[in-house]
Write a protein that binds this ligand. Sequence first.
Ligand SMILES: NC(=O)c1ccc[n+]([C@@H]2O[C@H](COP(=O)([O-])OP(=O)(O)OC[C@H]3O[C@@H](n4cnc5c(N)ncnc54)[C@H](O)[C@@H]3O)[C@@H](O)[C@H]2O)c1
Length: 334
Amino acid sequence: MQNDQLTFAQIGCGYWGPNLLRNFSSLKNCRVKYLVDSSAERRHFVETNFPATRAVADLAVVLADAEVNAVIIATPAESHFALALAVLQAGKHVFVEKPLATKVSEVDILAAEAAQRGLVVMTGHTFLYNSAVRYVKAMIERGDLGDVRYIYSQRLNLGRIRSDIDALWNFAPHDISIIQYWLGDPEPASVVRLGMDFIQPGIDDVVFLNIKYPNKVMANIHVSWLDPQKTRKMVVVGSQKMVIYDDAADDKIAIYDKGIDRKAVLGQNMDYDKQGMPTFAYRAGDVLLPQINFVEPLRTEAQHFAECIRTGAPCITGIDHARKVVSILEQAGR
Ligand SMILES: NC(=O)c1ccc[n+]([C@@H]2O[C@H](COP(=O)([O-])OP(=O)(O)OC[C@H]3O[C@@H](n4cnc5c(N)ncnc54)[C@H](O)[C@@H]3O)[C@@H](O)[C@H]2O)c1
């Protein structure tokens, strides 16, 4: 099964879809036979730019074709659940762009359907296939940072405003997915959202999401499409070291050997001085900018989906991970 030919179809080719179509089309022993889009203009785009792929308006054509092994869904979030369920019920594996669905109850229905039929469900949490994100994960796992104390992220920009979902549901699946991955997918102790709508009533343009985890770990996610600067930054503060991951910078990772320790007092069993004011030792060592070997994350992601289908390997961004992301978004509310 390792090198078996795989035939894909894709639903949706708007802003993001062409990136998926390009990557899935270029995988070894794979082809994308169909592209389904309700827009005639987008079908024309695919016919012009991806001549090996047939653009159709009707999903039924794809679902009825026994040659199609798997379907990639790159439509707006609200449509993911119904489309993914139809694909699974047709006996095909499914790759769904983030978020997998808009409710945990929908994720559970997809999970049951996939388990019953032995099919792969993967979500496009792209950043877990990003070399820089994986580098930070390896550092955390090795204990290089000490205990992770808090993480904050800023995913900001001006524009590409959506009307179907707010800035939290649009951007934060990335940050939540990365933070959950770094921390080992824990269950949050609390999720608190603070957001505001300025441009369209009821659709927040800016949101601050605060997540508290057990064992005194905190995360804050700031997302906005109403910001003067494009920012894609995450900061991890550990008890030993601190890391800045800046996806927009040339040096994506900067490791700071910085921290503050409570000073022990000699002559008192090396214990902290209980009398008087505590004293602190500040560490401000070197800054390391490690070389990251960058591979396009979408390519790694597409390869992983094909590998999971061929070998039955567990999916890094499978149902369990995607469910946690949807659960946190659901707890945050809209
Ligand atoms: N991984 C990432 O970094 C990333 C980045 C951007 C978008 N996305 C995700 O990609 C998905 C698509 O986002 P987008 O910005 O490309 O949206 P979009 O609105 O630009 O494009 C969606 C396309 O799907 C088509 N479509 C919608 N419903 C359909 C249906 N039921 N059947 C057939 N065609 C249908 C539309 O005509 C359109 O061409 C979203 O889930 C989004 O979260 C992921």
